[in-house]
Structures are given as structure tokens and as C-alpha cells.
Design a protein around this ligand. Structure first.
Ligand SMILES: NC(=O)c1ccc[n+]([C@@H]2O[C@H](COP(=O)([O-])OP(=O)(O)OC[C@H]3O[C@@H](n4cnc5c(N)ncnc54)[C@H](O)[C@@H]3O)[C@@H](O)[C@H]2O)c1
Length: 339
């Protein structure tokens, strides 16, 4: 028997993010777990999680649960967010969609417009906006605590080791987009959010030869601020950001959720953000708890589809204008092979 008082949430896609993030977070809400529905085309994934979490209802096809779910979490490969998300929104079923909201801005707009037309919530898991030190950067920049930003550097260098089940990250159908679309969804969203809107693109380089890129360098400008986003799935380097403002510099490590380093008047100090959010699982619980309130009480999503559209538009532009990164080691190999 299910609990008729709590919403029926369906997790559509039981891959890596469902396993590492949603299912452990949902497990903090036992009454929601009683009503949970799992959907995956892969029966082995369903068997694994229905047994582990004692889930009573599962399905291989999302269409089977369209008349059962009160809300859905779309945790599918990115190219499926828009086509499957829109099916639920068109039935007025609230959606919490994984990042990136969609493959490109055209598909993101389809979701946003359907949500608007049906007056149904479209929440997005741009979870990094909830992480305390990133949120504190937003506050410092909005309040101009150290004046206007002048220079921004954002670096992500991490070897790709995410335990993807489908491997869609490197498949070229429906798109060949790589690190900038994927890991860059958070970084570009930060940049747009922190700067108060979409910057102008100054340059875009990546290492793709027709497939998906593993390295991307993007330069941008907004008002007085010039910035650079450097991303690589080949290099293991400290992931960090730095924002030089008129009267001080704000720095942080991407994965040190509570700490910023502020340099002001030549003096460097550590600033700790006092927040109960320490881990990715804490963030996941916040996102899931908010989505339950969205379904039950019509609460506002922490981050909505429309909030992230500009970041996807910027990403589209960076792909449209991208040039081949200068790779001297590759050029010398080409010359060597030609002689
Ligand atoms: N917010 C974050 O920081 C974060 C981190 C990792 C992944 N993600 C996002 O989560 C989404 C899923 O990524 P993942 O790493 O879990 O992928 P994955 O490849 O591990 O899993 C995808 C799952 O979807 C299932 N699936 C594929 N097509 C299906 C269909 N038509 N119907 C039902 N099931 C289907 C597959 O069988 C697989 O189990 C992606 O959009 C990714 O960008 C977000």
C-alpha cells in the first residue's frame, strides 16, 4: 500500500547521478520513499535499486508512469531532458531537471515555455548555486562589498572519472558537445549569475576535431570585468576561481564549500561561511526537500529553468564561434607524420 498523503515522485533515469545523489537524498524522506517510482530502460538498474531501497513501483518506460507521478526528477542523458521533460510538463506534472537543462538554448526554451504555458514548476539542479561559498560570492558581488569586479578566472581541471552508466558524455548523438556543455553548465551559470547577466563572448577555443571536446578555453567580458574560463578533463589541477574587484580580491576552491580567501588592502584572510551545507549530499537534500515543497505546496523552486537560460545561450555562442585550440604538441606530431 502507498501513502496517499505524500507525493509520488518518479526518478526517470537510474544512472550515476540517481545512485550517488538522488536516491541517498530521497532516502532522508521515508514517506516519499514509500511512494517512489523508479524508471530506467535497464532492468538490472531497476532491480538493483528497488532491492536496495525497497521501492515498490518501477517501470522501463516513462510513459507508463505519466498518470501516476505527482512530480518527476529527470536524471537522463542530457539529450533526453527536453523531449521527455516536456511530456510531463504538458500534463502539468512538476519537473526537477538535471543540469544542463537541455542540449542547447532552443531545447531549454521549449521546456521553459511549456512550464509557463501550463503554469507548472520547472526546477533545475544547478546545485552549485546552493553551495555556501558560491552563494556568498554572489552576495559580495551584488552588494559591491569590494567594488565592481574587474577580472575573473575560473579553472576546472579534473580527469573525467564519473561513473556514467550509459557513457552518453562521449557519444555524438544528439550532439558532439563535451566539457563545456557538461561540467561547464555549472561554471558558466556561476559566471552569468555572479556578473548579473550574460557576458559578451570574446573568444572560444577547444580541442575537438569533430567529436566532443575535453579542453575548452573561453574568454568573456561584462561591463568592466574581463574573464577567462579554462576547463580540462585531461589535467588534474586545483579547481578554483578568483575575482579581482576594485577594492579587493575574492578567491575560492571549487570543492571547499565553506571557505573564501579575501585580499583587501594588501592583507589576505580566510572567510568561513557558516552554513549547515557541507557535502554534496547536504545540497541534494536541500534540492529534494525544495522539490517536495514545490509539489505539495506550490513552493518556488530554488533554481528555475528560466534562471539558467542565459548561461545556455552563452554556451551555444561559445560552441558556434569556437576555434581550434593551439596544440603545439599536436602540430609537431602532424609535421612528423607528414615527413
Ligand atoms: N548536477 C550535477 O552536478 C550532475 C552530475 C552528474 C550528472 N549530472 C547530469 O545527470 C544526467 C544523467 O547523468 P548520469 O551521469 O546519471 O548518466 P548515466 O549515463 O550514468 O545514466 C543514465 C541512465 O539513464 C538511463 N536511460 C537512458 N535512456 C533512457 C530512457 N529513454 N528511458 C529510461 N531510462 C533511460 C540509462 O539506462 C542510465 O541508467 C545528465 O544530464 C548529467 O549531465 C548532473
Amino acid at each position: 500500500m502507498t501513502n496517499s498523503k505524500t507525493p509520488r515522485i518518479a526518478v526517470i533515469g537510474c544512472g550515476a547521478i540517481a545512485e550517488e545523489y538522488y536516491l541517498p537524498a530521497l532516502a532522508s524522506f521515508p514517506s516519499v520513499m514509500e511512494n517512489l517510482i523508479l524508471v530506467d530502460r535497464d532492468q538490472a538498474r531497476l532491480d538493483k535499486f528497488t532491492a536496495k531501497y525497497q521501492v515498490r513501483r518501477s517501470a522501463r518506460d516513462h510513459r507508463e508512469v505519466q498518470n501516476e507521478a505527482d512530480g518527476v526528477i529527470i536524471a537522463l542523458p542530457t539529450g533526453l531532458h527536453a523531449p521527455i521533460g516536456v511530456e510531463f510538463l504538458s500534463r502539468k506534472i512538476p519537473v526537477l531537471c538535471e543540469k544542463p537543462l537541455a542540449e542547447d538554448a532552443a531545447h531549454a526554451r521549449i521546456l521553459i515555455e511549456m512550464a509557463h504555458q501550463k503554469e507548472t514548476a520547472l526546477a533545475v539542479n544547478y546545485l552549485q548555486r546552493i553551495i555556501p561559498h558560491f552563494a556568498h560570492v554572489k552576495k559580495l558581488l551584488s552588494e559591491k562589498t569590494y567594488g565592481a569586479p574587474l577580472k575573473m578566472e575560473y579553472v576546472i581541471g579534473e580527469i573525467f572519472n564519473w561513473p556514467t552508466v550509459s557513457g552518453f558524455y562521449f557519444q555524438s548523438d544528439p550532439s558532439t558537445r563535451g566539457i563545456l556543455r557538461d561540467r561547464g553548465a555549472h561554471a558558466v551559470d556561476h559566471i552569468c549569475w555572479w556578473l548579473g547577466g550574460k557576458p559578451d563572448l570574446l573568444s572560444s577555443y577547444n580541442d575537438a576535431f569533430g567529436g566532443s571536446e575535453a579542453v575548452a578555453h573561453v574568454a568573456f567580458e561584462k561591463d568592466a570585468c574581463k574573464g577567462r574560463l579554462v576547463m580540462s578533463w585531461f589535467a588534474d589541477v586545483p579547481c578554483r576561481f578568483s575575482i579581482e574587484c576594485e577594492r579587493g580580491t575574492i578567491e575560492g576552491e571549487i570543492y571547499d564549500y565553506q571557505k573564501l580567501i579575501i585580499t583587501e588592502g594588501g592583507r589576505k584572510r580566510e572567510v568561513f561561511v557558516n552554513s549547515p551545507i557541507h557535502t554534496k549530499l547536504d545540497v541534494a537534500r536541500e534540492i529534494v526537500s525544495n522539490f517536495i515543497a514545490v509539489i505539495e505546496k506550490g513552493a518556488k523552486p530554488l533554481v528555475q529553468g528560466a534562471d539558467v537560460l542565459e548561461s545556455i545561450e552563452f554556451t551555444d555562442e561559445a560552441y558556434e564561434k569556437t576555434q581550434l585550440l593551439d596544440m603545439p604538441w599536436y602540430r609537431s606530431a602532424e609535421v612528423r607524420d607528414a615527413v
